[in-house]
Design a binder for this molecule. Structure first.
Ligand code: ADP
Length: 271
C-alpha cells in the first residue's frame, strides 16, 4: 500500500511565542506542584494531630480498665467515677471520629442538599433546643433575632445545624460560668447576617486570621476544664459556609469575648 505523504503544518506561533507559552505552562505546573506539597504537608499535620488526639483517650481508657481489673476493693463511688471517666473519653473519641468523617466527606462530596428555609424560625428552633439543653444551664442564653424576620435562605438544614452547634459549643467551651451567649440575626442588601457572640475568654488578634485553618489550635492549656477539641470544629464550619456561598468572620478580644458573623445570600423575602 502506498504511504500517504505527510503534510508539513506551519506552526501558528513563532518560536519565541512558543517558548513563552512553555515557560508559562511550566510556571503553572510548578504552582500546582507547590500547592500539592502544601496540601500534603497540611494532611500530615492533621494525621499527626489526630493520631495524638486518638492516643491519649485510648490510653486513659486502657489504664482505667486495668485499674478496674486489678483493684478488688473499690467503693461504689470510685467505681462510678472511673466509669464516668471512660464515658467522657469514649464520647470525646466518638466526637473526634465524627468530625474527621464529616470534614473528609465535605471535601469529597462537592454537593449539599439545600432547600429554602425560613431562617428566623430555624434560628429560633435551634435557640429553644439549646435553652432546654442541660449543658448550657450555667450560661445566660440570649436571642436577638427580630420577631418578624421574613427571609428565606437556601440551606442544608442538617449541616447548618452543625454550624450553629459548633459555634455554640465553642462559646460554651471557651467561657466561664454565667457568661452570656447570644444568637442574633439582621438583614441588609439581600444578605442575612447571623451572629453567635459570647462573653468568654476571647482570643488575641494574632490568632484570628488562622482559626479557620484545618490544623490550627490555640494553646490547649487555656481551655477551661481542659475540654479543648481537636481543632477541626471551625474548619468544618467554614467548609459548610463556603458550600452555602456564604462568608464567616470573627472578631474577638482577649478576656472579653468573641463574635462569629455569618453572611448568607437571601433566596427570597417571604410574603
Ligand atoms: P477546637 O476543637 O480546638 O475547639 P476549633 O476549630 O473549634 O477547635 O477552634 C479553633 C481554636 O479557636 C480553638 O482552639 C480555640 O482556642 C479558638 N476558639 C474557637 N472558638 C472560640 C471562642 N468562642 N472563644 C475563644 N476562642 C475560641
Amino acid at each position: 500500500m502506498k504511504k500517504k505523504k505527510q503534510q508539513f503544518i506551519e506552526p501558528q506561533l513563532s518560536v519565541s511565542e512558543l517558548s513563552h507559552a512553555l515557560y508559562e505552562a511550566n510556571k503553572k505546573l510548578a504552582k500546582v506542584n507547590n500547592d500539592l506539597i502544601a496540601t500534603q504537608h497540611e494532611r500530615d499535620i492533621i494525621f499527626a494531630n489526630i493520631s495524638h488526639d486518638l492516643r491519649s483517650p485510648i490510653t486513659a481508657i486502657r489504664n482505667t480498665i486495668e485499674l478496674l481489673r486489678t483493684s478488688d476493693d473499690l467503693s461504689r463511688e470510685e467505681f462510678n467515677r472511673l466509669l464516668d471517666l471512660m464515658d467522657a473519653r469514649s464520647n470525646y473519641l466518638e466526637h473526634l471520629i465524627n468530625d474527621v468523617f464529616l470534614l473528609s466527606s465535605l471535601e469529597v462530596n462537592q454537593k449539599i442538599n439545600m432547600s429554602p428555609e425560613n431562617i428566623g424560625m430555624f434560628l429560633e428552633e435551634f435557640f429553644f433546643t439549646a435553652e432546654a439543653d442541660n449543658k448550657y444551664k450555667d450560661r445566660n442564653l440570649q436571642l436577638e433575632v427580630p420577631e418578624d424576620f421574613p427571609y428565606l435562605v437556601k440551606i442544608d438544614p442538617n449541616l447548618f445545624l452543625r454550624v450553629l452547634d459548633n459555634l455554640f459549643s465553642n462559646a460554651l467551651k471557651y467561657s466561664e460560668e454565667n457568661a452570656t451567649i447570644t444568637l442574633g440575626a439582621s438583614y441588609a442588601d439581600s444578605i442575612v447576617t447571623i451572629w453567635v457572640k459570647d462573653t468568654g475568654i476571647g482570643m488575641s488578634e494574632e490568632h484570628l486570621p488562622h482559626i479557620f485553618d484545618r490544623t490550627y489550635r490555640i494553646d490547649q492549656a487555656r481551655t477551661p476544664g481542659a475540654k479543648s477539641g481537636c481543632g477541626l470544629g471551625l474548619s468544618i464550619v467554614k467548609n459548610i459556609i463556603d458550600k452555602h456561598h456564604g462568608t464567616i468572620r470573627c472578631t474577638s478580644k482577649l478576656n472579653e469575648g468573641s463574635c462569629f458573623f455569618i453572611d448568607l445570600p437571601v433566596f427570597k423575602e417571604r410574603k
